[in-house]
Write a protein that binds this ligand. Sequence first.
Ligand code: NCD
Ligand code: ZN
Length: 361
Amino acid sequence: MKSLKIFRPFDRHLHLRELLTLMKFVLEYSAKQFCGAVIMPNLKKPITTWQQAKTYFEEILYVAEQKGFHNFKPIMTAYLTDIIDPSNIEEGFKRGMWKAAKLYPFGATTNSDSGVTKIENIFKVLEVMQNIEMPLLVHPETDVSRYTIGFLDRERVYTDEVLTLIHREFPKLIMSVEQITTKEACQFVEDSSNNVVGTVTPQHIMYDYNAIFHGGVHPYKPGAYVENVCLPILKHPEDVAYIRNAITKGKARWKLGAGTDSAPHIEEVKLSHGSCCGCFNAPAAVELYTMVFEELGMFEDWEGIKVFEEFMSVNNLWIYGIEHSKETIELVKENQIIPELVPGNIRPFKAGQTIPWKIVS
Ligand code: NCD
Ligand code: ZN
């Protein structure tokens, strides 16, 4: 297949950062490819009230307009804390200011210091969300108090202990397990009721954990850089194989959709002690997914291309009450080089590498 046309994709998981930090540099990469995105609320000062979400929404639209993207649709989310006010969550949802709330276990990932320390602390708000049909998005890893659980095991343990508990206590709650990296979390989504869905990033279906260490730990050696370090950490080859199969041939593939988790950090921070986790994949996120689907033989017939289109542009949008874009994009089989650094001093995922697909319109 030399070219493909699909409905314009939608990014179900995106970090744009603040107006005064990186947003003005990074937004255009996403808006060029995607018709909209679910915007993560883990700013330095987390988005915990709908009033903050409104300001942030206006800032995003302002930057999108400035850059010439008049149709980019940000879907706002709330950041849940131990002391979150359920009535503000409900009011923001009823006003249409935000469409979901994100659960960050305390200290589990970047900017999660205000996250939830104990799931029971947010039971009241989960009950409200279940009643009003507001989706819960979950970062599925154990919190920092469980630091003795290794990086590679945190998602498995969290799935077993907490995801199952939430689903048992709130069986009708709409839930999206974000950036799935393990067979267990993927199976949890596949086997749970229809109101449980999940997102998948390009990095977690492209690489396993060897990509972090292969070739040594020099930050710039191909396949061995801090750009590959994101949370949850890249997983075992068997997990990668399971998820690749689940999104293309799995029985519940309609529950899994593209969420890039593009998470920019400036170079100095990435290379410093206490480096932040997160892959900035926005410059070619759609092409990266395309590479994986091609590798898996999905472009040999129209059925396969349709599965790709559904994954990129259609699946799970119902949880946000939105329709897929009717516009299309065209991808062609042509090399493109991912830049080493982009304005804002951010090193993208796969920096300096050549990839075989390109969006032409
Ligand atoms: C994200 C970030 O940098 O905000 N980092 C990451 O490694 N994925 C946070 C997150 O989604 O976990
Ligand atoms: Zn994220």
